[in-house]
Design a protein around this ligand. Structure first.
Ligand code: NAD
Length: 285
């Protein structure tokens, strides 16, 4: 099984900075690549903020100075060849655009050592959509994190039919060693496990609300009491953010989704109510 000790993250935005920090916090040598100096400055600010979050959350190791050690260990680089020259694993967390990601993999195929494993953090693309551009389909798969990975610490591992089993196992091991619960997915599927479960729940809740069946409070209460879950679907909408919920609903051709998008826009978004982030959405915070 290939051994993973050094990681390079491509795209140090919301998720990339979290992926890089989490691995550095657990002792990996990590390089974060982004496109220019301004993007690297933004990444540096994100890392400093994450160190504060890890300390405040009292995560195991944070009291021993692991957050400061992680900050010291993280390297930032805007030269792609340099950034991946010594990488055992590259995790790509670039914007969710198919052609942009394919371009990145074509460059990586030339620049990274032959041993380097590539993983995409894409939420909506299948790894099969990208594998041909990597030049190494046997060493490529998806490794999908959830936002706020220090708390929502699952990592969904999903290969294509071409992914070598030893590569899959090495990435599962890497996820475990970087403090995550690896979720092994045996067959390629859009939405992985988490969104395959969550999206239908959220859609059903939206339908119940729009059809006037019950209020958000009643729907959430039903779900919480009957399943023991800590949050109901409208509480989850508020955490995800109503802007994101709107974008997803508006991009679906389905009439129910279109109606929900309009409802979100008229009732919340146009009034600046975007959920937890702005202090109000379906609930007040
Ligand atoms: P983001 O916009 O916050 O970050 C993207 C980063 O990529 C930016 O720093 C940007 O400068 C950089 N970038 C732009 N062009 C690039 C290029 N050519 N090469 C390398 N980097 C480039 O986006 P995000 O929310 O972090 O999402 C990144 C990926 O993670 C997407 O594939 C998304 O589906 C996935 N994801 C996001 C979330 C989430 O909740 N935000 C959760 C799971 C997975």
């Amino acid at each position: 099984m290939p051994e993973i000790k050094t990681l390079t993250v491509i795209g140090a935005g919301v998720l990339g900075s979290q992926i890089a920090f989490q691995a550095a916090f657990h002792g990996f040598a990590v390089t974060a690549y982004d496109v220019d100096a301004a993007a690297l400055d933004a990444a540096r600010a994100r890392f400093t903020k994450l160190a504060g979050i890890y300390r405040a959350a009292n995560l195991p190791g944070a009291a021993d100075g692991n957050a400061e050690a992680a900050l010291d260990k993280l390297r930032l680089n805007a030269d792609l060849g340099d950034a991946v020259a010594n990488a055992d694993l590259v995790i790509e967390a670039a914007p969710e655009l198919l052609e942009l990601k394919r371009d990145i993999y074509r460059n990586l195929a030339d620049l990274a050592p032959a041993r380097t494993i590539f993983a995409t953090n894409s939420s909506t693309l299948l790894p099969s959509d990208l594998k041909e551009s990597t030049g190494r389909p046997d060493r490529f798969l998806a490794l999908h994190y959830a936002n706020n990975i220090w708390a929502q610490n699952i990592a969904e591992v999903m290969g294509t039919p071409d992914t070598a089993p030893a590569v899959f196992d090495a990435v599962v091991e890497f996820a475990r060693n970087s403090g995550l619960e690896p979720i092994e997915i045996k067959k390629e599927r859009a939405g992985y496990v988490l969104n395959s479960l969550l999206v239908p729940l959220l859609n059903a809740a939206a339908g119940l609300l729009l059809q006037g069946v019950a209020s958000p409070e009643t729907i959430d209460k039903t779900w919480r009491i009957s399943t023991g879950a800590p949050s109901g679907p409208f509480q989850i909408f508020d955490v995800v953010g109503l802007g994101t919920a709107y974008n997803i609903a508006a991009s679906s051709p389905d009439a129910g989704s279109q109606a929900f998008a309009k409802y979100l826009k008229d009732t919340y978004i146009d009034k600046g109510k975007l959920g937890v982030a702005t202090g109000e959405g379906f609930y007040k915070y």
